[in-house]
Design a protein around this ligand. Structure first.
Ligand SMILES: [Zn+2]
Length: 117
């Protein structure tokens, strides 16, 4: 989905505040953009596993290794949540979905052209 760049709305002629990371004025900070467009070194195959560790018995289906940037991961997460009717979230470069949805997730990813291990 295309999101318009609203940074001009907060433009100020004052250059007092600079981002410490990219040393641009805060309104022009590119860090978030860079982060969102970064793609992990995935090695080609997505991995789908079920994890119950440290979750008080509430298992999560963890999808990792997708060669997608943050924006695309979030879009995919929304799609999976809608299709499976499950809660889910994007953490770093993994998607976490509530419950054991490994089969459905693997089928969905394969159908969408992803190589799943
Ligand atoms: Zn920055």
């Amino acid at each position: 989905m295309f999101t318009p760049d609203n940074s001009r709305l907060v433009y100020s002629s004052e250059h007092g505040k600079m981002c410490p990371k990219c040393s641009k004025p805060l309104g022009d900070c590119v860090c978030d953009k860079l982060k969102r467009s970064a793609v992990p070194d995935a090695g080609g195959s997505a991995r789908v596993r079920y994890d119950t560790q440290g979750r008080k018995g509430k298992g999560m289906t963890i999808i990792s290794g997708l060669p997608l940037n943050r924006e695309k991961l979030e879009a995919l997460c929304r799609e999976l949540k809608r299709r499976l009717g499950a809660g889910g979230t994007v953490k770093d470069f993994t998607i976490e979905l509530q419950g054991d949805r490994r089969e459905e997730v693997a089928r969905f990813l394969s159908a969408n052209g992803h190589d799943v291990k």
